[in-house]
Design a protein around this ligand. Structure first.
Ligand SMILES: [Zn+2]
Length: 376
């Protein structure tokens, strides 16, 4: 019978019979893909004792508490199975690692790293992950979080968590820090593309390009144009972009009541209260900044002016925009005149930023402002 057995099976039989030396010898000669065994004296870690889950705006926060200090251990994953809420195929959300943690989504045999998930240690025996519901495919509805054992089976000792996943709708943001800025922090290699003087007939082409490149921008809008184009203004918000106030009709040094009227029009049309203001022509003074701040808005200037309103040609617009460095704010226009050159330059700009490892984000994100949401 022995002659019929292959080498790995011999090794397995030897190990099962307690022949550790024989097994080691056989493994030394036989390539193996099995996970490394824990060192002598170390027992495999137990399943998590408790799992907590909450919706925080558009993100889900899941925390595992174990009895083992420092879990997860090498090679271990802490996982929950997601059932319901548009999670087909019951994917598993897992945290792995010991020093540098990462989060993964396991769907069938496919494991996807979640690069935007934030994993943090919340105590000596607990670890938590925060990840956007969109990134793991959640849709509004009932959701169950089922804790899993280290073997990957539902852990019957831990109660599954029931929650309702809701649609998070932006209602505004909270400004902090300097009352007027012309750039954000360089750390994180983020930049902000901003478009002034819309909404206008050029805005849809800008939105189409931003959507194609999966990028969010900031639109400083005129109150008058907004009331003429309410559907367009709502589209800007629905596609995840940020709105800021630019005054009602582009007056120099707009009054407090002008800013307030524009802010209230944007809020009435979209449900979003802006926390950003851009002074027309960049003309600013202490009174303008104080009025904007008093209305809960930061005055936002720029570090790069593309001069696109002068119609210098799309190549020149792209060249200027791509001089931006980390933390920079780029000024462009989606209204106030013919904007074909700006639209023509935008694809080149977005590809150029990506090639330089710069991530375009909204001004709110660049300045690390907190976005306010309501759950529906
Ligand atoms: Zn303007």
């Amino acid at each position: 019978m022995t002659c019929l057995l292959t080498r790995p099976v011999v090794a397995l039989v030897a190990a099962t019979l307690g022949g550790l030396v024989a097994a080691t010898t056989m493994h030394a000669q036989t390539p193996t893909t099995t996970a490394p065994l824990p060192p002598p004296g170390v027992t495999p870690p137990p399943a998590p004792q408790a799992v907590r889950g909450d919706q925080e705006g558009p993100t889900i926060d899941v925390e595992w508490t174990s009895t083992v200090v420092g879990a997860p251990h090498p090679g271990e994953r802490l996982c929950v199975m997601l059932r319901g809420a548009g999670a087909p195929g019951t994917p598993r959300l897992c945290v792995r690692g010991t020093v540098a943690y990462s989060a993964v989504l396991v769907r069938g045999a496919k494991t996807t790293v979640l690069p935007d998930a934030v994993v943090r240690r919340t105590g000596r025996t607990s670890v938590a992950v925060n990840v956007a519901g969109d990134d793991i495919g959640l849709r509004p509805g009932a959701l169950r979080l089922i804790p899993l054992t280290p073997a990957g089976t539902p852990d019957r000792r831990t109660t599954p968590l029931q929650m309702t996943w809701r649609r998070a709708v932006v209602t505004g943001c909270t400004r902090t820090g300097a009352g007027q800025v012309s750039r954000g922090p360089a750390a994180g290699r983020m930049v902000a593309l901003t478009f002034d003087d819309g909404p206008s007939t050029a805005t849809p082409a800008v939105l189409d390009l931003l959507k194609r490149y999966k990028v969010h921008a900031t639109f400083f809008v005129l109150g008058g144009s907004s009331t003429w184009n309410p559907r367009l203004l709502r589209r800007v918000v629905d596609e995840g972009h940020t709105l800021g106030v630019h005054s009602w009709s582009h007056a120099r040094f707009p009054s407090w009541s002008d800013m307030r009227q524009t802010r209230n029009a944007v809020k009435a049309i979209t449900g979003v209260t802006p926390c950003l203001f851009r002074p027309p022509y960049g003309l600013t003074n202490g009174r303008v900044v104080a009025d904007a701040n008093g209305l809960g808005m930061t005055s936002v200037l720029w570090s790069i002016d593309t001069n696109d309103w002068r119609l210098p040609g799309s190549g020149a617009i792209a060249d200027r925009a791509l001089r931006v460095g980390p933390g920079g704010i780029v000024l462009m226009h989606d209204g106030g005149g013919p904007r074909g050159q700006t639209v023509a330059a935008l694809g080149t700009i977005l590809r150029g930023l990506k090639a330089r490892g710069l991530e375009p984000v909204s001004v709110e994100t660049l300045l690390r402002y907190r976005t306010e949401y309501t759950l529906r």
